[in-house]
Design a protein around this ligand. Structure first.
Ligand SMILES: [Zn+2]
Length: 139
């Protein structure tokens, strides 16, 4: 069986893997002390990295990248860690929702730049508002 990557362990902890892959990792964990040790390290890393972008991202909504992030991924403007996560999510996890979303975004990106930019701005403003209002429900 192939080596379990750090990204897979993160995804496992985030509960975003498909059943088959989760089961595979659980089996590997039962069989391998070394892997259990790695999982503990990954968990510590997550605790320590509370303020890293990746950790905040994971906390917000790790399972699926936002449309904005998918859009940035298409435009290749994400930083390496984010791009790696999105790629992992799309290609390794194969999330059908995000794959469909990405296909949709690809079509949208055929539109004139200004329209796309306005949409991005709106999206950013609304998600910033959402992050600020996190916890209380606006009426
Ligand atoms: Zn997804």
């Amino acid at each position: 069986m192939s080596e379990i990557t750090r990204e897979q362990l993160h995804a496992y902890l985030d509960d975003v893997l498909g059943e088959t892959e989760s089961a595979q990792i659980e089996r590997a964990l039962r069989e391998s002390e070394a892997l259990q040790k790695r999982l503990r390290l990954v968990m510590q890393e997550r605790d320590r990295g509370e303020h890293s972008l990746g950790a905040i991202w994971r906390r917000q909504r790790l399972s699926c990248p936002t449309r904005e992030q998918l859009g940035s991924f298409l435009l290749e403007v994400l930083d390496d860690a984010q791009a790696e996560y999105v790629r992992f999510h799309l290609e390794t996890i194969g999330c059908p929702f995000c794959v469909a979303n990405l296909a949709d975004l690809k079509e949208l990106q055929q539109e004139p730049v200004t329209a796309a930019r306005q949409r991005r701005q709106r999206f950013f403003q609304s998600s910033a508002g959402y992050l600020q209002g996190c916890g209380d429900t606006p009426t």
